[in-house]
Design a protein around this ligand. Structure first.
Ligand SMILES: N[C@@H](CCC(=O)N[C@@H](CS)C(=O)NCC(=O)O)C(=O)O
Length: 222
């Protein structure tokens, strides 16, 4: 299998956590932002990464979107299971997964790129890195006002996740699900921001544990 990715993307990290949890052998190919469209659009009709190329006879040629990739992995190899045996719990895990994907992963992106353009500039002050950050900020409309809204969404997320992760090791049910994988990947960029790192130690402890369960190297800052 081949994972087309941006090495630093938290959505690509989510796909890698799924692959690692299943202990599936795969290679990854890092694409260059902007140029990636030339490779990806003809394969999927979309312009986002991650994209998984199973390269297995009888399987689809390309799977776009981290959610679709997790679904594919479960049908491709059932053990260890990523889906919960209880139908209602699995439905709840998908609801959390979708919220984390569509709302919280985006909020993380806003807060992270704002940080990297300001206080966190010294992480990589190179012209290339700062140009990528500036393009991403323009592409998604990241500015002071939109970042404030994103920060509020993150506060809601922390309160929901803290209740669930303090009550149980897992967000839903009694084992790792698509919800835990999504939270661990999509909030991981915040580990580089001191205010979050210091304010929410329980979150980063759980992110570390989930990376270990999924045999995935820890994100920067952890
Ligand atoms: N919901 C999608 C989101 C993926 C996404 O936003 N990927 C970003 C990288 S973090 C991307 O490919 N952006 C490039 C672009 O939109 O041209 C998923 O889960 O795969």
């Amino acid at each position: 299998m081949l994972l087309l990715q941006f090495s630093t993307s938290h959505y690509c990290r989510k796909a890698r956590l799924g692959l690692g949890y299943k202990q599936i052998n795969y290679k990854s190919e890092n694409l260059t932002p902007g140029l990636h469209i030339l490779r990806v659009k003809p394969l999927t009709g979309l312009k986002t990464l991650p994209v998984l190329l199973p390269q297995v006879v009888g399987q689809p040629d390309a799977i776009a979107d981290s959610t679709a990739i997790l679904k594919f992995l479960e049908t491709y190899q059932t053990e260890p299971p990523l889906f919960l045996p209880d139908h209602e719990q699995q439905a709840e895990a998908w609801m959390l997964e979708d919220w984390l994907d569509e709302s919280i992963g985006t909020a993380t992106r806003f807060v992270y790129y704002q940080f990297r353009a300001g206080e966190g500039k010294q992480i990589d002050p190179s012209l290339l890195s700062q140009t990528v950050i500036s393009v991403v900020r323009q592409q998604y409309g990241i500015n002071q006002a939109s970042v404030e809204l994103a920060k509020n969404r993150l506060v809601t997320a922390f309160s929901e996740l803290s209740i669930r992760w303090q009550r149980n090791d897992y967000l839903v049910g009694n084992r790792l699900s698509v919800a835990d994988i999504s939270a661990a990947a999509l909030l991981s960029p915040l580990a580089l921001i001191p205010q979050y790192r210091q304010g929410y130690p329980w979150l980063f402890e759980r992110i570390v544990q989930i990376h270990q369960l999924c045999n995935e190297p820890l994100p920067p800052g952890l």
